[in-house]
Each structure stands twice: as structure tokens, then as C-alpha cells.
Design a protein around this ligand. Sequence first.
Ligand code: IPD
Length: 265
Amino acid sequence: MAYLSPLMTIMTKAAQKAGRGLARDFGEVENLQVSKKGTSDFVSAADLRAEQTLHAELKKARPDFGFLMEETEKEEVVDGIHRWIIDPLDGTTNFLHGIPHFAISIALEKAGELVAGLVYNPITDEMYYAEKGMGAYLNDRRLRVSARTRLEESIFATGIPFKGKGGHEPFLKQLSAVMDHSAGVRRFGSAALDLAYVAAGRYEGYWESGILPWDIAAGIVIAKEAGGFITDFAGKADMLTRGEVLAATPDLSRPLADLLRAASA
Ligand code: IPD
């Protein structure tokens, strides 16, 4: 691991502890796949356990910080300045199906600004992290977004709305537009890791709407610190309030935004 600030040390320790529990539970899910009883309750319990571990560890280290967490949903305000934004298990559907692509996502907001982010996949032991102004890392390695500049050489990730989630028609138009102009589109199933992969230069961009703050807050800091441009679909910085995110390399942010805008027109 590269140099870790006191804040990042707290965040990584909490993620590793919760990650050990998730990895153990994931082993169990893999065994349960063949059982007809289903695994949903088990996965919800695993999700909640991870959230409780993160809450306990972070609270112990920084008693004054508030929380916004996926499972408990209700906001816990303490000093009114700092707030942890947490998804203990981003990629729940993957986890449920025994697919080892999911992550713990922890962001820190200070006076309304995202200042630190960590995304940890406990199965691959990949820890992505960044603090504002200090660069982004994957374990020991400094991250930079991809240097590709041409849409036709680029691949993009997205999230596909499913049953019960609106926006199917507009999404199909966006998908068609990006398919027509790029080297391919991927759907891996974890928004936090999608943003981390943009930071790592694995794909050139990622877009999704109907997304919640805890899915994207940490990844936004990491992708930004790796040199990415992160906006909502209108090119503004209201990703968390609008529930939409477009992350890309500086050269490809505008072309991707134009494609999405044209598809929605
Ligand atoms: C989901 C994942 C997925 C995205 C969905 C999210 P969850 O989060 O990030 O990639 O497409 O919109 O809800 O439910 O697994 O925490």
C-alpha cells in the first residue's frame, strides 16, 4: 500500500474488516446457489452485517462524523460538517448470484464536498482510494485515466435498468447511440467499481442514471483524482442530487455527453 494518511488508514482498516466478513459470506452464497430455498435473506443479512461493522469502526475512530448508509437509509447527523456516505455491498445482485464482482464503498463528505473515497473488492483484494488533491491509488499503484482519445477505440460501462426501475426506453436509445460510436459497452453490475475502473484506465467512461449517492460518492472522488471528468448528464456537478453520473477521460467526456444528449432529444 502507498502512504496512507490517518484518515485513509481508518477507512482502509474499516473496509478490510467488513471485507473479511463479506468474503466469508460470499463463500457461503456460492454453496447456496444450488439450493432451491434461495439466498436473498442470507445476502440481506450479510449486507447489514457489513454495514454494522463499517459503522462501528468509523464511529470508534471519528465519533463526530455523521452517516448516510444504504441499508439503514436514515441519516445520522453529528457535527453537521462531516458525513460518511456508505454502500456496504455495491453489486448486491452479483453477490447474490455468486459473481465475484462487488465492493464496499466509503466516501467522506466535508461541508457538502466529497473529499475522500475508497472502493474495495474483498475477493480480488483490490483497494481503490483517493483523497482530494492527493491522487488516486489501486493498492500501491498510482492511477491515471486512459489516454485513448477516440470514441471508436473506447469502451464504456453503464448500468442497465431492470424490472421495477424506470427509464428502459431512454436507456435503450442511449445504449444504441454509444454502441454505434464506440468499441463496446460493458455492464458489470457495480457502479462503485465502474468508477474505479475508469480511474484505472480500464474503460474510457461510464454513465448511469437512477443511481443513488452511496453507489457513486466514493468512486467519484477516485475517478476525479485519477484525472477523469465527472458530471451529471447536463455537464454540472449535481451527480448525487440528480442521481446520474457521466465519468470519462477529459477528451471523451464531451463526446459521450453529446451522444447521450442527442439520444435523449
Ligand atoms: C447497484 C449497482 C449497479 C447499478 C444499480 C445499483 P447495489 O447497487 O451499483 O451496478 O446499476 O443501479 O443500484 O444495489 O448493488 O448497491
